[in-house]
Ligand binder design. Structure first.
Ligand SMILES: N[C@@H](CCC(=O)N[C@@H](CS)C(=O)NCC(=O)O)C(=O)O
Length: 217
């Protein structure tokens, strides 16, 4: 049974994070493609749903409208999860997940956006030395967040992993992860082995092809 509508595009990392939650929860969402190449996100109709004109945006069966992947993921787990393991109710555990989510939202995704937006709109090449430096600092933080644990917030997979793998599996095609970040590289492989990983994998491969012509060799 379809429980809501997801406005999305496979190429978009935050949209893919929600696709991972959909599969992990075993729910079904109606996928409505918003073609960013045709600027469909700027239509009056879409801006009515999401004035920020970004994907993903979610419309629940009860009419609730939510934009921003992090908010959508938390909502879906709260409403449709059989338990709270993907987004724990325990305050201390939740705070760790939230910190990782905010790190994605405030640090990692903006790094991706700064590289992709000029490429998208003006055909600019990337990554610049500064962008490489910024991203390596973020890889370093993520490696430290893991510090030997299997998942970003500890021993259990959470929505923090879905959020971060959606952007990291895209960024690593622009700035490869150095072999010294062993925990981070092992985490990427672990994510790829999730039974529902293809929800992100398909779009991540499309992203790789999209950025290829714009990479500074
Ligand atoms: N923090 C937001 C980022 C959403 C976002 O910026 N999406 C991009 C695609 S990856 C977009 O829709 N850009 C179109 C625009 O800004 O007009 C989220 O997690 O949902």
């Amino acid at each position: 049974m379809v429980v809501g509508k997801l406005y999305m595009l496979d190429l978009s990392p935050p949209a893919r994070a929600v696709l991972l939650v959909e599969k992990a929860l075993g729910i079904e969402l109606e996928h409505i493609i918003v073609d960013l190449f045709k600027s469909e996100q700027n239509s009056a109709e879409y801006k009515q749903l999401n004035p920020q004109h970004t994907v993903p945006c979610y419309v629940d069966e009860d009419g609730t409208i939510i934009s921003d992947s992090h908010a959508i993921m938390a909502y879906l787990v709260g409403k449709y999860g059989k338990n709270d393991s993907l987004y724990p109710k325990d305050l201390a555990k939740r705070a760790v997940v939230d910190q990782r989510l905010h790190f994605e939202s405030g640090n990692v995704f903006p790094t991706l956006r700064v590289m992709v937006f000029p490429m998208w709109t003006g055909g600019e090449k990337c990554p610049t030395p500064k962008q490489i430096e910024t991203l390596n600092t973020q890889y370093d933080f993520l490696n430290k967040f893991l510090s030997g644990k299997p998942w970003m917030a500890g021993n259990t997979v959470t929505i923090a992993d879905f959020s971060l793998i959606s952007s990291i599996s895209s960024l690593l095609h622009m700035v490869p992860i150095d072999s010294k970040y062993t925990d981070l590289l092992a985490w990427v492989k672990r994510c790829e082995q999730l039974p529902y990983y293809e929800a992100n994998g398909k779009g991540a491969r499309a992203f790789k092809e999209f950025v290829k012509p714009f990479l500074i060799q």
